[in-house]
Every structure is written in C-alpha cells, then in structure tokens.
Design a protein around this ligand. Sequence first.
Ligand code: SAM
Length: 246
Amino acid sequence: MEELFYEIFTELPRQGPGDHDSTIKALRAIPELPAAVRVLDVGCGTGNQTIDLAGEINGKIVAIDNYQPFLDRLEYNAAKHGLSDKIEIRLEDMFNLHFKEESFDIIWSEGAVYILGLEKALKQWKKFIKPQGYVVVSEFNWLVEEPPGEVYDYFMQESVHATDKEGSRNIISNAGYALITDFMIPKDDWYEFYNKLEEVLVLFRDIKADDRSALGVIGSFQYEIDLFRKYPGTYGYVFYIMQKRG
Ligand SMILES: C[S@@+](CC[C@H](N)C(=O)[O-])C[C@H]1O[C@@H](n2cnc3c(N)ncnc32)[C@H](O)[C@@H]1O
C-alpha cells in the first residue's frame, strides 16, 4: 500500500502544502549568504521548492529523497528549467545521511522534517552545517490550544507528533539554534494542496475500484481533507528560519 501512497503523490505538483512565494520569502529571510552557497534539501520529493531555490541562488543544491520516482521527476524538471547544473540529486535516507561534516551552508526541508521529528533532525543535522550556517524547515504546528479530537487522533495515527509554535521555538532554542524569524504559510496553500489531492483521489478511486485495501488508503486521505475543511485553522505549516549557534 505504500506504493499506492507514492503513486498518488507523484501525480501532484508538490507533495505537501507550500508555494513559490513562501519558499522565496524564507530564503530572503536569511541575512547573509556566501557567494557560492551549498544547500541540502532533505525530503525534496519531486522538488518544486528545489527548482524555486535553484532559480534564486548562486551555488549548488543537493536534493535528497528516499523514493527514486520523485527524484526522476525532479531530474526531468530541473533539465526543463535549465537548472540541472545547480542540482545534484541523490537517493538518500534522511535517517542515515552520508555527507562530510560542515559541508552545507543551509539545510532546507519543506514538509518533511516531521518524519524525523524536529528535535532529532536539528540535532542530527547540526554536524553537517558549516559554523553559523542555517536550517530552514516548514513544520506542522497546531494553531489552536486544543485540537478537535478527531483531527488530533487522525494525525497521531499518521505518526505526526506535533506541537504548537511555542513548542517548536523551544525545540529550536534547546537544540542550539538561534531563531531568525518564523512565518506561517498561507491557509490557501492548504486548500490548493487538498483540492489537487482530491482530484487525484477521484482518478485513483476509478483505477482501484476493485481493490479494497487501496480504497481504504484513498478513503483515509479523503478523511484528512474533510477534517481540514470541517476544522479550518486547526493546524498549519510554519516556516522556521534559524542559525546554528556556536
Ligand atoms: C510531504 S513530502 C514533502 C516533499 C517536498 N519537500 C514538498 O514540500 O513538496 C515528504 C517527502 O519526504 C520523503 N521521505 C520520506 N521518508 C524519507 C526518508 N526516510 N528519507 C528521505 N526522504 C524521505 C518522501 O518521499 C516525500 O518526498
């Protein structure tokens, strides 16, 4: 069933909520960048944000994901945009990174840091960042004090162990980073993401009409979309732009 999950998400322009403007806003929030910057994009997916970043920076992005078809799509898109020289694509597991210490100016991760967990990610990534280098993530946060039970239960079941903005800020500080700024991605990005996902689900419901377990997975995504529409503003993605201390 994991394969179906990936098949569905390969059909989307992005594998999570976000957009060009938020990516560029986060990049511009970094006060000082070296002339030739080296970026690691963790959990790049098909690399919408990788392309956005590559179009904006001088330097190189190493884009990693553990699903080869996403990387193949990124390779195709990078060539289409004339950005292949700026993007090195690698199949890597974010739980077990193979890079030289202090080899990146920025570690970037949109919508994927929850997989490792913010605290663990920040601790593990630290050694790969150059002194005074940066980490930029978009992280799932609860936006209300008490999320509705059905929303909370759904995300717990999906292993999204989220906190609120205050919680994330504490994690950042305790992990040895100075928060430069944070901002929430527009709520419309979630509507756009879920609307596109819903269109793809309609197709897959047809294709998998005889496959009960596939229909179960499709139903679970639909449930997430329905919950979002029922309880808008319960959760969101917050961009955190931070600098390694020490
Ligand atoms: C929600 S998607 C975000 C993709 C992209 N950054 C975006 O915002 O569109 C999460 C990504 O993390 C990748 N991923 C999941 N587990 C991973 C792992 N262990 N190592 C590397 N990438 C992983 C998935 O394949 C997927 O592309």
